[in-house]
Design a protein around this ligand. Structure first.
Ligand SMILES: Cc1cc2nc3c(=O)[nH]c(=O)nc-3n(C[C@H](O)[C@H](O)[C@H](O)COP(=O)(O)OP(=O)(O)OC[C@H]3O[C@@H](n4cnc5c(N)ncnc54)[C@H](O)[C@@H]3O)c2cc1C
Length: 428
């Protein structure tokens, strides 16, 4: 039987392969590599179903315009004279309103509500990776920002996520003694988890390969062959590989693969950086749980024998350029929040590793999961922005249901690729 061919061996492609294998499908994964340039490698490793808010949000336009004036700010939007980028930006700004933000939050929360259970099922099936269950602590310098963000959690409470009461500075330091006196408060999401991202990707690849599934690495798919409404094969490594169905899970590279098919799936690369410090810097109190530093928008994840700092959203096209001012800003960002954090944290040298990778960003902040309009057996699974690790098992499940049962679960209706292609190629 011809396999379902999955293009992209990031966390979305691999979780999709896992779910299809669980349902007895023949499957093959093809990944261009190198692995450490994918978002699935460089991310903060948080499984955070509570953080369901889409990126476009009310007030973001004013904040981002302010941030654009500073080269070390958490957001860098580099305007380019490219019609698809200009369309994407206008579309993004149109979604920075309260109505779309609430609808997007609810859709993502409903979809991600099963994430922790699906991760448990993956572990029970035998996928091995480093995981920590220490919750996630949001910390603030400005009390008004804490109040604002805490109120914004209201719509997701009905999905059953646990959120602590707001804590003042003294309470939060009792929970996390590494925090400095400048932290005035925060809140804790006790059920959230964190993983070591490369161990998760490796664990899934190992699991699949041990069960005879072909995961071709360092092999780029150069084209998709179609006849009418059917996708027939992919071209990769000088070969034509026939497929019963094709899943495009190529993260920020997805539009490049779909361009020859003339279907519009608007995804921009939102480059993020991470810095691994091995071992973690010696501090009066080591960081004992994942932290989100609101003021500098940096994620800190303590892992076995190391600590990872991750942040920045750079909309500068699909590239891997290292911008030193961004790396330095992230490395020093913890200074205000962590007691004893080295003022001049080095950004190179022994024990320091820097990565960057592109988050796949849609203009409405929602993933794109479903049949590609105009095709009967071609699926897109991408656009997960800041939540790909969190939503990967749910995405894999939804795609596997689409392929094996032929119908889309209701929960992915808001993520239908057809929302971008109305009037272009007709329905599935
Ligand atoms: C700094 C940072 C921090 C983040 N933190 C978190 C977090 O804490 N929690 C969370 O849930 N999410 C987080 N994210 C987001 C998350 O990492 C992404 O949403 C997720 O990794 C996207 O996965 P993906 O599989 O779609 O894409 P990718 O990981 O980019 O994988 C796509 C793969 O497709 C391959 N590919 C591309 N083109 C081709 C081709 N032509 N042929 C074959 N293969 C191809 C690429 O080589 C790549 O391996 C973070 C992202 C960043 C950058």
């Amino acid at each position: 039987m011809q396999p379902v061919v999955i293009i992209g061996g990031g966390i979305i492609g691999l979780c999709t392969a896992f779910a299809l294998h669980q349902r007895g499908c023949s499957v093959m994964v093809i990944d261009a590599g190198p692995r450490e340039r994918a978002a699935s490698h460089v991310n903060a490793g948080w499984i955070v179903p509570t953080l369901a808010e889409p990126v476009p949000s009310p007030g973001l336009i004013a904040t981002s315009l302010r941030w654009m004036l500073r080269s070390d700010s958490p957001l860098d939007l580099r305007p380019r004279l490219d019609p698809s980028f200009l369309r994407w930006t206008l579309h993004f700004w149109r979604h920075c309103n309260a109505r779309d933000y609430l609808a997007g939050t609810e859709a993502t929360a409903a979809f991600g509500a099963c994430s922790l259970a699906l991760y448990d099922a993956m572990r029970e099936a035998g996928v091995q990776y480093e995981e920590h269950r220490d919750g996630l602590l949001f910390v603030y310098r400005a009390p008004a920002a804490l109040e604002h963000d805490y109120a914004a959690l209201e719509p997701i409470r009905r999905f059953g996520f646990d959120v602590s009461a707001p804590m003042d500075g003294a309470e939060i330091r009792t929970l996390e003694p590494s925090l400095a006196a400048t932290v005035t408060g925060g809140y804790w999401l006790p059920q959230e988890r964190s993983v070591r991202p490369d161990s998760l990707v490796r664990g899934l690849v190992d699991y699949l390969q041990e069960r005879g599934i072909e995961v071709r690495q360092d092999t780029q798919v150069t084209g998709i062959e179609t006849t009418g409404r059917l996708a027939r094969a992919v071209f990769a490594g000088g070969q034509r590989i026939p497929a019963q169905a094709i899943v495009v899970a190529a993260g920020a590279w997805t539009p490049r693969l779909l361009k020859p098919l003339r279907v519009n799936v608007p995804i921009e690369a939102g480059k993020g950086y991470s810095i691994d410090l091995t071992p973690a810097p010696a501090l009066p109190h080591p960081v004992s749980r994942p932290l989100y530093l609101h003021e500098t928008r940096v994620a800190i994840t303590p892992l076995d024998g190391m600590i990872r700092l991750a942040g920045t959203m750079e909309l500068s096209g699909l590239n891997h350029d290292m911008r030193q001012e961004r790396v330095t800003a992230i490395a020093r960002s913890a200074g205000w929040a962590i007691h004893g954090w080295p003022h001049k944290m080095p950004t190179s040298g022994p024990g320091v590793q820097i990565w960057n990778g592109p988050r796949p960003m849609t203009p409405d902040g929602l993933p794109v999961i479903g049949w590609l309009p105009g095709y009967r057996n071609l699926i897109v699974a991408s656009g997960h922005a800041m939540l790909g690790v969190t939503l990967a098992p749910a995405t894999g499940d939804a795609v596997a249901d689409l392929i094996t049962a032929g119908r889309a679960p209701d929960v992915i209706a808001p993520f239908d690729p057809a929302r971008f292609t109305k009037g272009e190629r007709g329905d599935h």
